[in-house]
Each structure stands twice: as C-alpha cells, then as structure tokens.
Ligand binder design. Structure first.
Ligand code: 3PG
Ligand code: MG
Length: 398
C-alpha cells in the first residue's frame, strides 16, 4: 500500500478552516446517546486542532436517512456533548452546505467548532455527487478524514470532496489503517474470525473472501439465523435475510475447500418478544413464535475451545441483542474469554464495529484487546484486502 497524505506538523493550520470528516454515527435512543465511544475517540484530535487555533467544521452522518430529513437522525443532540467534552464553543447548523454555512464557517473564531447537520439528509452525499462535493469543499480550506469507519463508502464527504480541496488523512485514520494492516498481514495462525450483528447483507459477502485466509469462522448474532435456517431448522420470527441460499451454500462449500472450520450456534436463547423471559433452547426446540436473541451455553463452550486454540482473533458483531441485559450473556462471555487469553496466552485480538464496541463497553472489557477499532464495515473490508475508496483518494502520488 502506498503512503497516505498526512496532515503533518509543517502544515500551518492556524486560522484555517479545517473540514474534519468524523464518524458520529452513534447509537441514539429517545434523543440520548447510549454509547459515546466514537465521540470519545475523536476528542483528542479535535482538541489538538483547537489548541492550534484552527476553525473546525465537523461533517458526519448518522444512520441511513437515504437523502431525506429525519428528525430522529439529527446530529443536534451531539453538539452539547461535544461542547462539554471539548470545553470549547460548538455551534450546530441545521444545514450542511450552502452560502449561509460558508459564511458561518468564516465567522467562527479560531478554536471554535461548527457541527453540520447529518450529511446523509442530502441524497447527493451517497451518490458521491460532483457539484455537491464542490459546495461542501467551500466550507473549508483544508479537508481531513478522521472517519476510517466511513472510508469504505464512496460518498461525497469521503471521496469526491477531496478533488476540490487540499486533503489529508488524519492521525487516527492513518494509525487505524496501519495497525489493522500490520496485525492482519502478519497474523499468527490459527486465525479465527467471529462475525455477528445484524448487518447481514454487508457481511455475508465479506465471509466469502475471508474463508480463504483464516482457519475458523464463527457465526453469531442475527447473521447466524440464516445458517440455522439453511440447515433446516425453524427460526420462528427471528431476523434473517431472504433469498441468500445460494450464497450460504457457496460459503459452506468454500469453507470446506479452504479447510476453514465453520461454527454456527448449536443452542440459542429465545423469547416471544423483547419484553418476555429469555429461554435456552436447542435448535430443534425453536417454535414459530420464538425470536432468537442470543447464543446458548453449549455454543459459548464451543467458542471458548476455538478461542483457546487460536493465536489471532478478529471479532466484529455482537452475539445477541446485547442492548438488553438478558440477551447480552453471549457477547459478554466472548469478550471476557478473549481478553483473558489476550493477557495470559498472548493472543492477538482485534475487534471492530460500533455495536461490538458498545457491547464490550457494557461487558467492562474495553481495554483488554490488542486493538479496538470503532469501524465495522470498513474494518471487515480492510481485513478482506479490499482497497477502501476513502483511503485510496488520500494516497500520495509517488
Ligand atoms: C458504521 O457504523 O459502520 C459507519 O458509520 C458507516 O455507516 P454505514 O454502514 O451506514 O455506511
Ligand atoms: Mg454501525
């Protein structure tokens, strides 16, 4: 990989308007941020810019509003949190581009911050629109990408914008790319990957490529429901993705061909609804009215064995609906086991993903992994060996 264009010390940023693309895609419930990991991670970076008396313009998305304004996905609740953590003025703007914003960006004082509204309220963001990117670029003098977790998206505020403004890879972004590349290129075998969570369609594709490189794949979370169903079991009302049978068949075939062990749950925790009591069931006991919401104890034991025999673990996606305590056991147990082995058996553990981080925060194991990435999809795509569009545009032309 060629080197990234870094914002080094020689570049004078005092009084300059820095567009900082960050990932403030944090979980929000009833207007309250339920996990601040992604915010906390960028605070030192913003503080550094504040100390250097730059004017900071923050761009981020939140959720997937698909080009429409959705009040529930406004970034407004993040502004006071930032202001509190930064101890500096943070203005919020209802719009994210246009002449009024350009004016505002020029008016803020050095060391102040302007947070723009959810960039995905504009359909041109996801279509990587040229004119939109040109407009966005006018809001700053220098562009810095500190959102590794968004760099697998070919979107205007990640890719196209870099054509119209002096653009750099931020410190965190470069660090994250380098560490993940280093740890995974030199990964000690056996390498095991635990994949979970509910973004099924984005992850199934990744699996197909990963099986060629690793020794064990453990599928948990809503992802696993597809496999459980494919094996002929009833999954009741559980989340799954339709019409993926041939893809699943292909993954299973590729695992066999590449000697990659595929581990899926052998027992699960179900409930009739999120509010009802949790029940442990074998796969044959699942009823039409059941929702699979976590993995069972025999599955946890199987995962323990795999963790024990692994030298490297990559983990993305929680094992269950960890937001509720009664369905968080699987994720907690996996987190504890990995951190124990990281400490006592020099296991290399790399974990990534917004939800995974939220789950490990709840388990109290946040600091026990070799490396923790706040990126989910981008983390997986980098592991796969893909070139991320948002990274490619920041490579030096040598
Ligand atoms: C993430 O949560 O992984 C990033 O913020 C990217 O979000 P997206 O998957 O909606 O593009
Ligand atoms: Mg996410």
């Amino acid at each position: 990989m060629s080197k990234l264009k870094a914002l080094d010390k020689n570049i004078n940023i005092t009084d300059k308007r820095i567009i900082l693309r960050v990932d403030l895609n944090v979980p929000i419930q009833e207007g309250k941020v339920t996990d601040k990991s992604r915010i906390n991670k960028i605070i030192p970076i913003i503080k550094e810019l504040i100390n250097k008396k730059a004017k900071i313009i923050l761009i981020s998305h939140l959720g997937r509003p698909k080009g429409k304004i959705d009040k529930n996905l406004s970034l407004k609740p993040i502004a006071p949190i930032l202001e509190n953590l930064l101890d500096s003025k943070v203005y919020f703007s209802n719009e994210s581009y246009g002449s009024a914003i350009i004016e505002k960006s020029k008016k803020i004082k050095p060391g102040e911050v302007l947070l723009l509204e959810n960039i995905r309220f504009n359909k041109e963001e996801e279509s990587n629109d040229e004119n939109f990117a040109k407009e966005l670029a006018k809001v700053g003098d220098i562009y810095v990408n500190e959102a590794f977790s968004c760099s697998h998206r070919e979107h205007a505020s990640v890719c196209e914008i870099t054509k119209y403004i002096d653009s750099y890879a931020g410190k965190l972004l470069s660090e994250e790319v380098n560490i993940i590349n280093m740890l995974t290129n030199k990964a000690k075998k056996p390498v095991s990957c635990i994949i979970g969570g509910s973004k099924i369609s984005t992850k199934i594709g990744v699996l197909t490529n990963l099986v060629k490189k690793i020794q064990n794949i453990i599928i948990v979370g809503a992802m696993a429901n597809n496999f459980i169903k494919y094996k002929g079991h009833n999954i009741g009302k559980s989340l799954f993705e339709k019409d993926k049978e041939s893809l699943l068949k292909d993954i299973i075939k590729k695992c066999e061909a590449n000697n990659c062990k595929l581990i899926i749950p052998v027992d699960v925790i179900v409930a009739k609804s999120y509010e009802s009591d949790a029940q442990l069931k074998t796969l044959n006991q699942i009823e039409d009215t059941d929702l699979i919401l976590d993995i069972g104890k025999n599955t946890i034991n199987k995962i323990y064995n795999i963790i024990d025999e692994s030298k490297t673990i990559l983990w993305n996606g929680p094992a269950g609906y960890f937001e509720l305590e009664k369905f968080s056991n699987g994720s907690n147990k996996i987190a504890k086991k990995i951190t124990e082995n990281t400490k006592s058996k020099s296991l290399t553990s790399i974990i990534g993903g917004g939800d995974t981080i939220a789950a490990i925060n709840k388990s109290g194991c946040y600091n026990g992994f070799t490396y923790t990435s706040t990126a989910g999809g981008a983390f997986l795509e980098l592991l796969e060996g893909k070139i991320l569009p948002g990274i490619k545009v920041l490579e030096k032309n040598e």
